[in-house]
Design a protein around this ligand. Structure first.
Ligand SMILES: [Fe+2]
Ligand SMILES: [Fe+2]
Length: 221
């Protein structure tokens, strides 16, 4: 270690500690619903139509899954930003995370309107996603951005499925998911444009299995 590096070491440890404390604070806020959207809720003043009991229960299950998906998005971006090599990639990841915070807040608002609650498994999925994000970031920025593209690709497919499954009368949930679908597709395109490498089909297949586990469990609990 050179003399300059020795002088710099306490600063680096200090910065790392700051990051850990701030990251922990963001995790708590994400998990406890203290996240505010920066854009208005796309459901706007759409009338909240009365749903049959079984329709409402189904809508709650679907929106709980979407809420957990957005918790995962926060943790993935957080993990990837933590280990990103370049400042440009880190900044791009942080910008995308802001739009994901809108999604998180909107899903949470809709869940409350429907009389549902978030999944008890959210902290587990946050922790898992944080580790997956950090590990992906360690491989390198191109792979990390490619991972964003692959994830968003799957999220768009997933949202298509949910839009066909949601009760027709649940216009407020539908408006939220439609805006999310536009945003997610753009996040994927931007990640590719920034140099993300397209992911092999095999890896995408493995991600499908993981997301199925998440959607199956959080629909119920
Ligand atoms: Fe999202
Ligand atoms: Fe996204």
């Amino acid at each position: 270690m050179t003399e300059d590096e020795q002088k710099d070491a306490p600063h680096k440890v200090g910065n790392l500690l700051d990051e850990v404390v701030l990251g922990f604070d963001r995790a708590l806020k994400t998990l406890t619903g203290q996240v505010e959207a920066s854009r208005p809720n796309p459901a706007g003043d759409e009338v909240d139509l009365v749903l049959e009991d079984d329709e409402r229960a189904h809508a709650i299950g679907l929106m709980r899954v979407n809420h957990t998906g957005e918790i995962c998005a926060q943790a993935l971006y957080e993990g990837q930003a933590l280990t990103a090599r370049s400042d440009a990639s880190r900044q791009a990841l942080k910008n995308a995370a802001q739009e994901e915070r809108d999604h998180l807040a909107w899903c949470r608002e809709r869940l409350a309107e429907l009389g549902g609650r978030s999944s008890i498994l959210d902290p587990v999925f946050y922790g898992t996603s944080l580790m997956v994000g950090a590990a992906t970031g360690l491989v390198g920025d191109k792979v990390s951005l490619g991972f964003v593209e692959a994830t968003e690709d799957q999220v768009v497919e997933h949202l298509n499925r949910h839009l066909s499954e949601l009760p027709e009368a649940d216009v407020r949930s539908r408006a939220i998911l439609e805006q999310m679908r536009l945003d997610e597709a753009r996040h994927g395109d931007e990640a590719l444009a920034m140099g993300g490498e397209s992911f092999p089909a095999l890896v995408k297949g493995a991600m499908t299995v993981v997301s199925r586990v998440m959607t199956k469990t959080t629909y119920k609990i």
